[in-house]
Design a protein around this ligand. Sequence first.
Ligand code: XMP
Length: 521
Amino acid sequence: MDIHGEKILILDFGSQYTQLIARRVREQKVYCEIHPYNIGLDEIGDFNPKGIILSGGPSSVYDTGAPILPRELFGMGIPILAVCYGMQLLSYLLGGKVEESSRREYGSAALFIDDDSDLFRGVRSARSRPERGLVVWMSHGDRIRKMPRGFVSIAHSDNSPVAAMKNEKRKIFAVQFHPEVAHTAKGAVVIRNFLFKICGCRPLWTMRSFIRSSVEEMRARIGRRGVVCGISGGVDSAVTAVLIHEAVGDQLTCIFVDNGLLRTGEAAEVEEVFRNHYHIRFKKVDAGERFLRRLKGVVDPERKRKLIGNEFIRVFEEEAGKLKDVAFLGQGTLYPDVIESVSFKGPSATIKSHHNVGGLLKRMKLKLVEPLRELFKDEVRLLGRELGMPEEMISRQPFPGPGLGIRIINAVTAERCEILRAADAIVLEEIKDAGLYAKMWQSFAVLLPVKTVGVMGDERTYENVIAVRAVSSVDGMTADWVRLPYDLLGRMSSRIINEVRGVNRVVYDISTKPPSTIEWE
Ligand code: XMP
């Protein structure tokens, strides 16, 4: 069965929720892709979708330069679900009228369903109280004043007589609210109805079938040639390597560069999983001293990042150069990285700059293998589990490529690495013991460049300060500090001060992002 055989096309009008639409569709085991709204009818025809979802977007259809679709799209016989801006655009293009709403609706609103025969089937449960409406998430300034010919209203809100509408014959549906966001009750049911009842999709996109199809594809492409893969200790590169190994076995060699900026036990753990559990060809390079030499006296965070990134490439290239018959480089690119670079808003800044391997590919004449290119992060975790990877590795918190190098404020030295590593291990141990590790985005220690006075026994001390950072976040773009229990903070503090030589003070970082960042450098 072709897992890409029945797919949904999402046309992006720049909504902050477009990726969420894709994730909600994938959760129903239906494959989908996001493309800019202006990809053109031919390309849409070639894509051959079972259905199209038009995303929301920040524009108003009357703005000059507002993103517009060719009207012919609505005559292609492909079922369509238009969300928010998509709905207004559809009305505008098909002869309806859109007007500025007297009251803009942002946030939650009550939706009253007037027809639950198809899109809203099962949304209004017998137990719910229809007179109160359904809680949905709205975010719009315009509303539909007159529907296009052939459309009927299927739901209203206090502020919009047409909060959803349909043209049943043409299988075109539109909703003013956002079914993809978690705040919309039963949003998943609306999406399920569209996918299965209206488009006739089947749930073919499972991680098991993904593995099968990806393995077949890689075998055909790689043939008997060699693949090299850099392992960072993070989830993406680990899953990439295990999946490539599934496809080509010993043709894969993994290179793990220990840059001396890793956390306690990390290198050993990675080695254990790759070498002993999966029997993957695995080369560990102890390059800590090289990195430290490069970093000597460097205090500027961006320079540290560049130096660490460049040195990584250099070490990696030296090691890869020793391998014979290597033709491919495996890389853990994920779908959000791919969308970021094609979205109609244009390429946005990417945090993965240290993974910039363009030069390396050219010099070594390698081609990229990116088996996770179609996956979201949560799918990568599912995939890892399906591949039998240890939970420890799969649900690991993100860790920056430059490692402890950007958590030792100012100059990095071997001694300061040791201090931070020891303090960080205590933070993580305590957080894990409290059962909080998996509930937060990141938790770690930072070594500050100030010394403060303390007293230990009868002696005055003048030692380092450790800052503890624990944040919750969905994607790292915004973050809040975690309200850790005082007892836990107290335990961390006294353990760090007692067990880590060179530290006599611990502080807790209570800043949000923005305006602060998660990392201190
Ligand atoms: P900030 O500090 O910008 O971090 O709020 C957001 C997320 O990105 C991670 N981060 C990095 N990851 N290389 C990486 O691979 C980097 O240079 C880098 N800087 C920050 C950070 O850990 C957080 O998850």
